[in-house]
Design a binder for this molecule. Structure first.
Ligand SMILES: Cc1cc2nc3c(=O)[nH]c(=O)nc-3n(C[C@H](O)[C@H](O)[C@H](O)COP(=O)(O)OP(=O)(O)OC[C@H]3O[C@@H](n4cnc5c(N)ncnc54)[C@H](O)[C@@H]3O)c2cc1C
Length: 408
């Protein structure tokens, strides 16, 4: 016998995880999931290049929570209730094995995001979650007997409990129906983007990557170390994406016009590289610089730096003029790259901003302003760097909301 109704708004990862777990844990609960579009779990489908990077193989909660530029303290508390191991076990119990790659990203062993979608749809079917598509919620009204959910098409639903899992909106106006309940919204901003460097000759080396570069943003405290990829429009790779996430607000305020300072040899600074090169002038003295690349950089990149520094193909280590040596050291340890604009990272992009976290209890995901109202996923002001962190937040918050709801 049904004794309560939960309406979940949003048919993405967080909404599904909340709906299926609430229906499973509370058999007398009627669960209705509302999705405005004609597709369910559409981001799961395209995520991780079609493979779905479900979570991250993190050793512990402190390591994991440090990967969230917004919401670090909030997720730390939430992870103590539902963490990576719980995600792995949850999917395993339902026949979906996950595997970890060397960089920590975890995918279904099938390497196919459809496996995750099928699993969530099966669970929804098994526990009788009612799904209503092409239905956009336009208003939420709380009354003495629970909630009234008004749809754009004029229809109205009643519910005892509501979970908002509507994802991240790119424009502040779209949050109006949530502001109307009294919640504050941190302004939305794109996160996880790559840097545009129009007319920079380095873009002719598109496809070349280094395992570790150190990139700083001039005039800010932003800096990151990690793999860097040269693209035909500028620069990408984990180092740049992480910088874009940590600097989402600051770089947005600069309208994506700033200077990146790149150290291609992070083991050295300008002075220590000068000492090293002094030594190489003796040890490699007779060898041509273009042929002998002593730093393990990709050959094309090394030759590019020599050309840019004005070092001709026949110059030997011992004969490098002082002025050119100075230029080379500058290129290698502090190359100045003006950035003009950004490009969305197609593999994964998120919106930072959303419901202010001080208004949500991380132990329950319930609104502190409106009892019976819960939040899950990207609609909150939480976002992670690339690597499975955003989905883990969706699973964690969806599960916590569901288990709290099941106890009501
Ligand atoms: C291309 C791409 C690839 C990604 N790859 C990864 C990855 O591999 N790993 C990772 O961790 N993260 C990845 N992300 C980020 C991740 O997909 C999101 O953080 C995650 O999907 C958020 O889940 P969610 O359920 O909160 O929101 P969403 O998945 O956005 O779902 C919200 C749903 O709510 C619906 N909705 C919105 N408003 C209403 C309304 N008013 N009424 C009814 N329905 C509404 C929307 O139509 C949508 O279906 C990727 C993102 C993108 C764009």
């Amino acid at each position: 016998m049904v004794n309560k109704r939960l309406v979940v708004i949003g048919g993405g990862a967080a909404g599904f995880f909340c709906a299926v777990n609430a229906a499973r844990l509370h058999t007398q609960l009627e669960v209705i999931l509302i999705e405005k579009s004609s597709k369910l779990l559409s981001k799961v489908k395209v995520s991780g290049g079609g493979r779905c990077n479900v979570t991250h193989n993190a050793p512990d909660i402190p390591y994991m929570s440090k990967r969230y530029p917004r919401g670090q303290h909030f997720v730390k508390k939430a992870f103590s209730r539902f963490f990576v191991q719980d995600t792995i076990a949850w999917f395993k119990e339902r026949g979906v094995a996950l595997k970890a790659e060397a960089d920590g990203r975890m995918f279904p062993v099938t390497d196919n995001s459809q496996t995750i979608i099928d699993c969530l749809l099966r669970e929804a079917d098994k526990y009788g979650v009612k799904i209503r598509m092409n239905a956009a919620v336009s208003e939420l009204v709380s009354g003495s007997k629970g909630w009234e959910i008004r749809l754009q098409d004029g229809d109205t639903l009643k519910a005892d409990l509501v979970c908002v899992a509507a994802g991240g909106y790119a424009q502040l106006e779209k949050f109006a129906w949530l502001q109307a309940i009294g919640h504050q919204i941190e302004a939305p901003m794109p996160s996880l983007f790559t840097f545009n460097m129009p007319d920079n000759p380095i873009t002719t080396l598109m496809g070349v990557s280094v395992e570790e570069a150190h990139v700083k943003i001039a005039g800010t405290k932003l800096q990151e170390k990690g793999p860097l990829l040269i693209t035909h429009w500028g620069m990408s790779g984990p180092c740049i994406l992480r910088l874009s996430a940590w600097g989402a607000r600051e770089l947005g305020a600069l309208q994506y016009q700033f200077t990146a300072l790149i150290n291609w040899l992070p083991a050295f600074n300008e002075n220590s590289l000068r000492d090293e090169i002094q030594g190489l002038r003796f040890s490699l003295g007779g060898q041509k610089m273009h042929h002998k690349n002593p730093f393990g950089l990709p050959q094309r990149l090394w030759q590019f730096f020599l050309q840019q520094s004005g070092i001709g193909e026949d110059i030997r280590w011992a004969d490098m003029p002082a002025k050119e040596q100075h230029k080379l050291i500058k290129y290698l340890t502090a190359m100045l790259c003006p950035v003009k604009g950004k490009t969305t990272f197609k593999e994964e992009f998120v919106t930072c901003g959303g419901i202010r976290l001080s208004e949500i209890d991380p132990a329950t995901m319930e609104s502190k302003l409106a009892p019976g109202l819960f939040f899950a996923g990207e609609v909150m002001d939480v976002d992670g760097i690339t690597g499975g962190f955003n989905f883990q937040h969706a699973w964690t918050s969806g599960w916590i909301a569901a288990s709290t709801i099941a106890e009501r």
